[in-house]
Design a protein around this ligand. Structure first.
Ligand code: IPM
Ligand code: MN
Length: 362
C-alpha cells in the first residue's frame, strides 16, 4: 500500500500562499510519480489571523502540529503588524516548542543562476550550513530596566547548554559523514567546520570548541575538523566558497552567515531551509520573507518554496522524489528561468511551478 504523509501547510502572509501553491503542486506531482500519498491540512496562522483574533500560534495548535509528519511553511510577516510579534509568536514558537534544534541550510549554486561572486560557479558554491536553532540570543533570556530613561539597561543573553551543543554537533558530524564532499564524490574528505568566535565569546564558543573536538576525536575520526571565526567565515564565503563543505554554528551566527550564503547562491528566490527535529516534527520554509509588495501579482519566485518541499521529501525518506524535484529545479534554472528576481523571471509564479512539475512528471 502507498505510504501517506500527513503534512501541515501554513501558507502565511504576503506571497507565502502563492509560493506554497506551487510547492504543493510539485509535491503532488512527485507523489503521483513516486507512488506515495499526501494528506494536506492547511492552517491560517499569520498576520491576517493575528489582526482578526489576536492569536499567533496558540498552544493548542502546537499540540495539533505534533501529529503531522512534517510542516510546510510559506512566509510570516505583515506590514501592519509590528516586527517581532509574528516572528516570535509563530516562527520561533514553532521552532522552540517542536524542538526543531537544527536549521539546515544547503547552499548550492544551480546551473544557469547568476552569483555576485566573480569567477565562481556551481563547482565552487556547494556547501551546507547547520545552524543550531534553539539556543543563543534567541531564547529570550534578558530584559530591560529603567526603560525610557538615559540609564536604560538592556540585556539579551546568549545561552547554550552542553546538551544543546552536543546534539547539534552529533547531527552535524553524522551529516558530514553521509553528505560531505567525499560522500558525494566531490572531494577527498568529509569536512566539518565549526564557525565561532573563540577569541571573544570565550564561554560559549569555548564550550562549542571543546565539545566539537571531543566528539570528533572520540566518534568521528574520519571527519576532518576545521575552525573559522565568524568574521573570517564571511570573508571566505565571498573569496573562497569552495573551501567549505559542512559548517556548524550557533543560532545567531548561523542566522547571519546563511543570508550571506543565500545571496551567493542566487538569493532568496532559491534559498530554502529546514527546521529539523530528527526525533520529531520538522518544518520546511523558503528563506525569503512575505514580500508584501509583490502579493497577488503572480510574479514571485516559487523555486525556494519548491526546494523546501524537496528537503521535506528527503527528510521524510522519499529520497528519489526529493532528487527528482531538485533535478527539475536545476533543469528549470539551467534552461528556462535565468533571472530569479521577482517580476524578472520571464515567467509567472504559476508558470515556474508548471515547468518544475512537468519536468518531475517526466
Ligand atoms: C531566519 C529568519 C528568522 C530568524 C526571523 C524571521 C525570526 O531570519 O529564519 O533566518 O532570525 O531565525
Ligand atoms: Mn535569517
Amino acid at each position: 500500500m502507498a505510504k501517506t504523509y500527513k503534512i501541515a501547510v501554513i501558507p502565511g502572509d504576503g506571497t507565502g500562499p502563492e509560493v506554497i501553491g506551487e510547492a504543493v503542486k510539485v509535491l503532488q506531482t512527485a507523489a503521483n510519480k513516486f507512488k506515495f500519498k499526501t494528506d494536506l491540512t492547511t492552517f491560517d496562522f499569520g498576520g491576517e489571523r493575528y489582526q482578526r483574533t489576536g492569536e499567533t500560534l496558540p498552544d493548542s495548535a502546537i499540540e495539533e502540529l505534533r501529529k503531522f509528519d512534517a510542516i510546510l511553511l510559506g512566509a510570516i510577516g505583515h506590514p501592519d503588524v509590528a516586527p517581532g510579534i509574528l516572528e516570535k509568536g509563530i516562527l520561533l514558537k514553532a521552532r522552540f516548542e517542536l524542538d526543531q534544534y537544527i536549521n539546515l541550510r544547503p547552499v548550492r549554486l544551480y546551473p544557469g543562476v547568476e552569483t555576485p561572486l566573480k569567477n565562481k560557479g556551481p563547482q565552487d558554491i556547494d556547501f551546507v550550513v547547520i545552524r543550531e536553532n534553539t539556543g543563543d540570543a534567541y531564547t529570550g533570556t534578558g530584559g530591560v530596566t529603567m526603560k525610557g530613561t538615559p540609564h536604560e539597561v538592556a540585556v539579551q543573553s546568549a545561552v547554550y547548554t552542553r546538551f544543546q551543543v552536543d546534539r547539534c554537533l552529533k547531527y552535524a558530524f553524522e551529516y558530514a559523514r553521509k553528505f560531505g564532499k567525499k560522500a558525494r564524490g566531490r572531494g577527498e574528505k568529509n569536512t566539518l567546520a565549526l564557525c565561532g568566535k573563540t577569541n571573544v565569546l570565550t564561554y560559549i564558543y569555548g564550550l562549542w570548541e571543546r565539545a566539537f573536538h571531543e566528539m570528533g576525536q572520540a566518534r568521528y575520526p574520519d571527519i576532518t575538523r576545521e575552525y573559522y571565526h565568524v568574521d573570517a567565515t564571511c570573508m571566505w564565503f565571498v573569496k573562497n566558497p569552495e573551501w567549505f563543505d559542512v559548517i556548524v554554528t550557533g543560532n545567531m551566527f548561523g542566522d547571519i552567515i546563511t543570508d550571506l550564503a543565500a545571496i551567493t547562491q542566487g538569493g532568496l528566490g532559491i534559498a530554502a531551509g529546514g527546521n529539523i527535529n530528527p526525533e520529531g516534527v520538522s518544518m520546511f520554509e523558503p528563506m525569503g520573507g512575505s514580500a508584501p509588495k509583490y502579493t497577488g501579482k503572480n510574479v514571485i519566485n516559487p523555486l525556494a518554496a519548491i526546494c523546501a518541499g524537496a528537503m521535506m521529501l528527503d527528510t521524510l525518506g522519499e529520497t528519489a522524489a526529493a532528487k527528482a524535484v531538485e533535478d527539475a529545479v536545476m533543469w528549470t534554472t539551467a534552461n528556462k528561468v535565468r533571472n530569479l528576481a521577482a517580476g524578472q523571471m520571464g515567467y509567472s509564479t504559476t508558470e515556474v511551478g508548471d515547468l518544475v512539475a512537468n519536468k518531475v512528471a517526466g
